[in-house]
Ligand binder design. Structure first.
Ligand code: ASP
Length: 284
């Protein structure tokens, strides 16, 4: 028997004070996990975090530079089942669409095809745009218009100050199964159609019989390093979870953020290059 456990995060760079939202999500997911389904547990956590407007996922997502709201989300379980949506728009819970893709013949649906799929499955049109997101967008657009910020600047790459709030969860059930969920509005300075690491298997998420890994931070750098899969491969090679996660954090390129939450059969780990709102349930 394994010890059931759920970890949630509110994004690399998200202040510790936002951890109360992560705790609400973890506690609700923990109740679901008691019934034995880690996949249902991580979806429950993600839905709650998507509804918390402080976080950059679902309602409260960052907007693209053209003002559109396009979101990425994914789920995976230790049986190797995986579903994701990329640049989906016009729905409150992208994680629900990702969960439905998991049961479909496909692995990833993107753009308007993803949105049409969600509608066909009965997910209603809803706006995720908040006043705070509009004001952040206006700030970014003004900086671009004035020439203060250029696409080649480091500040563009790092998303100015607004780059935080992606959400994720990992769960381990008593019978030793795992699941991971992840959902994001992306970064602040995004072209329409940009897809980050969050919906990409092996980059932002990975899960197998040995554990579950969820990453947050600078999507392009996480994609280039396939962080989640590298952690999993190290577990397969017999490494200790804490050591391998810390090694990924330490080796991440300077000036870019990375956060990881991860579970193995008997360990759990959460850490980041800077702050990262997070929670663990049950708390040790
Ligand atoms: N990794 C996400 C992305 O690049 C952002 C984040 O985790 O904060 O879309």
């Amino acid at each position: 028997m394994a010890t059931p456990l759920i970890l949630t995060h509110g994004g690399a760079g998200a202040p510790d004070e936002w951890s109360d939202g992560c705790q609400v999500a973890a506690a609700a997911a923990s109740a679901v996990l008691k019934a034995g389904d880690p996949l249902a547990a991580v979806v429950t956590a993600a839905r709650i975090l998507e509804d918390d407007e402080r976080f950059n996922a679902g309602t409260g997502s960052r907007l693209r530079l053209d003002g559109s709201c396009q979101m990425d989300a994914s789920v995976m379980d230790s049986e190797g089942r995986y579903g994701a949506v990329a640049a989906i728009h016009g729905l409150r819970h992208p994680i629900d669409a990702a969960r439905l893709v998991l049961d479909s013949p496909h692995s990833i649906l993107a753009g308007s095809g993803a949105t049409e799929f969600a509608r066909a499955k009965g997910l209603p049109p809803e706006s995720c745009v908040t006043a705070a997101a509009l004001s952040k967008l206006a700030k970014s657009q003004a900086a671009l218009r004035s020439g203060e910020l250029r696409p080649t600047d480091g500040a563009w790459q790092q998303g100015m100050e607004e780059f935080k709030g992606t959400i994720g969860a990992v769960a381990r059930s008593a019978d030793g199964r795992f699941a991971v969920s992840c959902s994001t509005g992306g970064t602040s300075l995004m072209l329409p159609g940009r897809v980050g690491d969050s919906p990409i298997i092996g980059a932002g998420v990975f899960c197998g019989p040995l554990g579950a890994i969820c990453c947050t931070g600078h999507g392009e750098q996480i994609l280039a390093r396939l962080v989640a899969h590298r952690v999993y491969l190290a577990l397969e090679a017999g490494a200790a979870l804490a050591e391998v996660c810390q090694a990924e954090i330490d080796a991440f390129p300077a000036d870019f953020s990375l956060g990881i939450i991860a579970l193995s059969k008997d360990q759990d780990w959460a850490g980041a290059t800077g702050s990262m709102a997070r929670s663990r349930d049950p708390d040790a």
